[in-house]
Write a protein that binds this ligand. Structure first.
Ligand SMILES: [Zn+2]
Length: 317
């Protein structure tokens, strides 16, 4: 086990004191057994949190400013210049090793449901839903309102087709509102802070608190279709749910991740037909309309297909 050095924990940032592991005889015993294997300050997965999010929170709680520094402490961990959700597909650490390193209270069972398993070329399992690896963001996207309320980040924020938090419907922030730097997983001054805006008197302290920059909320007449679409993919929701059961029998045989992909493709075409090309995420209004079309299969999809064709022809595409 390599020597672990705690580097200037950011006590003022709150993460070090936040979300402590619940004390019990079992957790105390495991804490003792893991001495020499785990980070000094343990973490436990929170609802909706992905393994990269959990790892980053552990990094921050243990006072590191670079995820790659902590990564190298893992058995067999090598330097990584890029650190993001995509790095967690094809992890070569087993669940037990990662759980022991993070000091999660139960062990391998804490990590297993969070693991991103590759299903085929370019496709992986996102909490049980098959989806494209390219759907994972290479940077950090956050909901400032959720951060202010709950103090941790959720895996669904890294899922590019959805540009808002499915629970509070706040548009996600992916750049510092002050210096405009893209938020990262690598260098960090805390989950709630921009890593580029640094206190000149203390290089470990961020001065732009993202929680103080709430974003607009999605504004639609009805949220039923958005909720339906998000329920197909959001790990924060009940894992036993399966909204596809309410779809036309033709579509019930299709896995929920693929249904979401179908909706997202239609949504992106609707955005293009509306003149909004190259958006990172599907706009909420197009996600709403695409979901409504799929829920009204087959006529709904045919109607929306006609609309897309007319608009693209009119614009010369
Ligand atoms: Zn900044």
């Amino acid at each position: 086990m390599k020597k672990i050095v705690i580097q200037n924990p950011n006590l003022n940032h709150g993460e070090l004191a936040g979300h402590p592991i619940e004390l019990s005889p079992e957790s105390a015993l495991r804490r003792q057994e893991l001495i020499g294997k785990r980070l000094a300050v343990q973490v436990s997965p929170l609802p909706g949190e992905g393994l990269p999010d959990l790892f980053l929170r552990a990094v921050i709680r243990n006072g590191y400013q670079l995820s790659s520094t902590a990564w190298r402490l893992l058995p067999g961990g090598t330097y990584r210049s890029v650190f993001a959700h995509r790095n967690f597909v094809d992890l070569h650490f087993d669940d037990q090793t990662m759980a022991d390193f993070l000091g999660t209270p139960t062990g391998a069972a804490d990590v297993e449901p969070l693991r991103y398993s590759r299903l085929s070329n370019g496709v992986f399992s996102f909490f049980g839903a098959a989806t494209k690896i390219s759907n994972l963001a290479a940077h950090r996207r956050v909901s400032p309102r959720f951060l202010a309320q709950s103090g941790y980040q959720k895996a669904i924020w890294s899922f590019l087709p959805i540009g808002f938090d499915p629970a509070n419907r706040e548009y996600l922030l992916d750049r510092c509102p002050v210096c405009n730097v893209e938020l990262m997983f690598g260098p960090t001054l805390g989950l709630c802070f921009c890593h580029g805006c640094v206190d000149p008197n203390d290089p470990t302290k961020g001065i732009v608190d993202l929680r103080e920059h709430p974003q607009e909320l999605v504004d639609l007449e009805s949220y039923e279709n958005l909720d339906f679409a998000c329920s197909l993919i959001d790990p924060a929701l009940d894992a036993k749910r399966d909204a596809t059961r309410s779809l036309h029998p033709d579509l019930r045989i299709v896995e929920r991740g693929q249904i979401f992909e179908f909706i997202a493709i239609i949504g992106r075409l609707l955005d293009e037909a509306d003149g909004n090309r190259g958006l990172t995420s599907v706009s909420p209004s197009s996600l709403h309309n695409a979901t409504a079309a799929v829920r009204d299969w087959p006529s709904g999809v045919m109607e929306v297909g006609d609309k897309i064709s007319r608009c693209l022809e009119a614009s010369g595409l």
